[in-house]
Design a binder for this molecule. Structure first.
Ligand SMILES: Nc1ncnc2c1ncn2[C@@H]1O[C@H](COP(=O)(O)OP(=O)(O)OP(=O)(O)O)[C@@H](O)[C@H]1O
Ligand SMILES: [Mg+2]
Length: 242
């Protein structure tokens, strides 16, 4: 379980999070929506301990993240995959080497085991045919799949997805959403998904929360929010297909 309680954070002279409370139960996909600059990525960074709150509590499975030392944070990050906004691949490394990075960082597997694990996860995201290619020569959808493979390669219990379908057409987006659902249902991964996309929220989510003025302005099941007349729900979830 991921749990933020009353988290506040000032950055660049602005109060970005202001009493943010959020709970992601195990086995669920929680979708976090909200305007650009409202603090969605900042929230994810608190969960993996890149940022520390000014006040409030951030816990993963009952352990306080801001109190963790280096070793504990490393252990947490092995259990938590992060799909960065825009994939954040390294252009001069092949797809295969990009995906292997977290395994090499943690340094616990031998060369053959690393290769086997990388190919296993590339098969899962249907990218094994492109293992030897380089990020600049593959499409946006393939870059996202590669980023997802890298987030999954350590067999995490949690994955944080930062805009998993940004810049992708609706067909490729749908394939990514199906993968995210597969990751939840077949691997039992708990997900925290940041997105602007209604389709992503509805297709991947169990619960949705919408950030407004530094905290969740509304939160509930996908069904509750899709049918809610609350102005935030209307703004982010009504109308259109995306
Ligand atoms: N390290 C930092 N130092 C100063 N300001 C920061 C830092 N990180 C984020 N911010 C600011 O905090 C605000 C929230 O940023 P964040 O990246 O969480 O937005 P977001 O909700 O993810 O938006 P988007 O949908 O555009 O990705 C922004 O105004 C950003 O400029
Ligand atoms: Mg962001």
């Amino acid at each position: 379980m991921i749990e933020l309680r009353e988290v506040s954070k000032r950055l660049g002279g602005r109060q970005i999070l202001d009493g943010m409370t959020l709970a992601v139960p195990k086995g669920m996909n929680f979708v976090l929506m909200g305007p650009s600059g409202s603090g969605k990525s900042v929230t994810l960074k608190h969960v993996i301990g890149i940022l520390r709150p000014d006040s409030g509590s951030v816990q993963v499975d009952g352990q306080e993240v801001p109190a963790m030392g280096r070793t504990q944070l490393m252990a947490l990050r092995r259990r938590m995959g992060y799909l960065f906004q825009n994939g954040a691949l390294i252009n001069w490394l092949s797809v295969e080497d990009n995906v292997a990075l977290p395994l090499r960082e943690h340094g616990r597997l031998g060369r053959d085991e690393t290769r086997d694990r990388v190919h296993e996860v590339l098969r899962m995201v249907r990218m094994d045919h492109a293992a030897a290619q380089y990020p600049p020569s593959i499409s946006g959808g393939m870059r996202l799949r590669t980023g997802l493979a890298r987030a999954l390669v350590t067999k995490p219990e949690y994955v944080l997805y930062d805009e998993p379908n940004a810049g992708l057409d609706p067909i490729i987006s749908k394939q990514i959403h199906e993968l995210i659902v597969e990751v939840r249902d077949q691997l039992g991964v708990t997900g925290l998904i940041v997105t602007h996309s209604r389709a992503c929220a509805v297709q991947c989510g169990d619960r949705i929360g919408i950030l407004d003025q530094g905290r969740l302005g509304i939160e509930g099941t996908v069904d509750e929010l899709v049918h809610s007349e609350h102005p935030l729900a209307r703004a982010f979830l009504h109308g259109g297909t995306d």
